[in-house]
Design a protein around this ligand. Structure first.
Ligand SMILES: [Zn+2]
Ligand SMILES: [Zn+2]
Length: 387
C-alpha cells in the first residue's frame, strides 16, 4: 500500500496523540483541553496561522504550499466525545467518569494533526490547506457554528472534505458515494394533554397513556403507507413518559423521537404527516397533542465531482478495488452536512475493521488505520493543489 513513508514514521507519535485525547474526553463545546492541545501542536508544526475560538471552541490552521499560489482546500476533523461510561478496558481508557470517545473523534483529530504536520514540513503543493478542528459534532451542531462564524469566508475555503471511521468496513478500505450519504436528522417532541383522574373511573378521564400508545401506532403508517417505498425514511419514538403510580390516569404524557430522511421532499412529507397524524389522533380521543418538529442536521450530500475526486485519492492510498464509491446511504447523521451546504466537497468513510459499533461503550478507534487516513489527507491536498 502506498502509504506516505514519512507518515509511516509518524505512526507511533500520532497514536500517542490519539490515546492522550482518548484518555481526556470532553463534550460538545467544552473541548478546551483538546482544542488547546490541537492549537499548540499546529503552532509547533509551523502553521502559517492558527486561529482559535471559531464557532466557540473550534481551531483552524493555515498551511501555505511551497509551490506558489493556488486554490484553498479545507480538511475537517471533529474533537468531541460522548456521555458514555467507557468499557474498553484499554490502558489509555477515559480518565473522566461518564465520558468517552465512542465515535472515534480522537482518531479523526489525531490523523488530521498528523497530516498538518506533514503538510507544514513538506509544503509540496500550490495554494493553501486549511485544517479545521470542530467542537460539538454530537448533537451540538459545532460544524454549523463554525460556518456561521465565517469559517469559509475568513479562510477563503473553496472546497471542504471530511472523514469518519466506519466499524464493520475492513481495515484498508474506504467507502463513499456521490449525492446523499447520510440522513437529515430531525427531533420530534409530542406533548399530550388529556384529563387526569382515578384509574377506576376512566369514563371521567381522558387517558393520555392510551392516546400516546395510539399515536405511536398511527405514526408507523407514515413510513409504511405515505412514503414512496423506494425512498428511505425512519421515524423512531424513543421516549414515552407518563404517569407516576398504578392507580392514577395521568393528565399529560410526553413522546420524543427522531425522524430521518435523505431528500427534502421526504423530509417535508414526514413533518406534514406527523402533524396530521399526531394532532388528529389526539383529537379522536378528546385529548390535545402539541408536536414540535425541530429540523436538526441536514442531509450529508456529497458533491459529484468532489466525491469522484475523493474516491480517486483513496484509491491511490489503498488501491481501486478497496474503495467502494457507491456505498448505500446510511440513516445516521453528521453535522459536516452544514459545511457541505456552504461549499462543495465530500465526506468519506475509512474502515475501522471488526470493532464494536459507534457510540458503544466497548468501541475504540483502531490505531492501525492512522497511516491510511493521514495519507488520504496529504494525498488529497497534494493532488488537488498540484499547481
Ligand atoms: Zn457519533
Ligand atoms: Zn462521529
Amino acid at each position: 500500500m502506498p502509504i506516505v513513508n514519512r507518515i509511516a514514521d509518524m505512526h507511533g507519535e500520532i497514536t500517542a496523540w490519539r490515546r492522550d485525547i482518548h484518555a481526556h474526553p470532553e463534550l460538545l463545546y467544552d473541548v478546551h483541553r483538546t482544542a488547546a492541545a490541537v492549537a499548540d501542536k499546529l503552532r509547533s508544526f509551523g502553521c502559517d496561522e492558527v486561529a482559535t475560538g471559531i464557532g466557540r471552541t473550534g481551531v483552524v490552521g493555515v498551511i501555505r504550499g511551497g509551490k506558489g499560489s493556488g486554490r484553498t482546500i479545507g480538511l475537517r476533523a471533529d474533537m468531541d466525545a460522548l456521555p458514555i461510561e467507557e468499557a474498553t478496558g484499554a490502558p489509555y481508557q477515559s480518565t473522566v467518569p461518564g465520558k468517552m470517545h465512542a465515535c472515534g473523534h480522537d482518531g479523526h483529530t489525531a490523523m488530521l494533526l498528523g497530516a498538518a504536520r506533514y503538510l507544514a514540513e513538506t509544503r509540496n503543493f500550490a495554494g493553501t490547506a486549511i485544517v479545521i478542528f470542530q467542537p460539538a459534532e454530537e448533537g451540538g451542531a459545532g460544524g454549523q457554528a463554525m460556518v456561521r462564524d465565517g469559517l469559509m469566508e475568513r479562510f477563503r475555503v473553496e472546497e471542504v472534505y471530511g472523514m469518519h471511521n466506519y466499524p464493520g468496513l475492513p481495515v484498508g478500505q474506504f467507502a463513499l458515494r456521490p449525492g446523499p450519504l447520510m440522513a437529515a436528522a430531525d427531533r420530534v417532541t409530542i406533548e399530550i394533554e388529556g384529563r387526569g383522574g382515578h384509574a377506576a373511573r376512566p369514563h371521567f378521564a381522558v387517558d393520555t397513556v392510551l392516546v400516546g400508545a395510539q399515536i405511536i401506532n398511527q405514526i408507523q403508517s407514515i413510513v409504511a403507507r405515505n412514503v414512496d417505498p423506494l425512498q428511505a425514511a425512519v421515524i423512531s419514538i424513543c421516549v414515552f413518559q407518563a404517569g407516576s403510580t398504578d392507580n392514577v390516569i395521568p393528565q399529560t404524557a410526553l413522546l420524543r423521537g427522531t425522524a430521518r430522511s435523505l431528500t427534502p421532499q421526504v423530509r417535508d412529507l414526514l413533518e406534514k404527516r406527523l402533524h396530521e397524524v399526531v394532532e388528529g389522533t389526539a383529537r379522536l380521543y378528546g385529548a390535545t397533542a402539541k408536536l414540535t418538529y425541530k429540523r436538526d442536521y441536514p442531509v450529508t450530500r456529497n458533491h459529484e465531482r468532489q466525491a469522484a475526486f475523493a474516491a480517486s485519492v483513496a484509491a491511490e492510498v489503498v488501491g481501486r478495488e478497496r474503495v467502494d464509491d457507491q456505498i448505500a446511504p446510511v440513516m445516521g447523521a453528521e453535522d459536516f452536512s452544514f459545511m457541505l451546504e456552504a461549499r462543495p466537497g465530500a465526506f468519506i468513510f475509512v474502515g475501522n475493521g471488526d470493532s464494536a459499533g459507534l457510540h458503544h461503550p466497548a468501541y475504540d478507534f483502531n490505531d492501525e488505520i492512522i497511516p491510511l487516513g493521514t495519507s488520504y489527507w496529504v494525498k488529497l491536498v497534494e493532488t488537488a493543489l498540484q499547481g
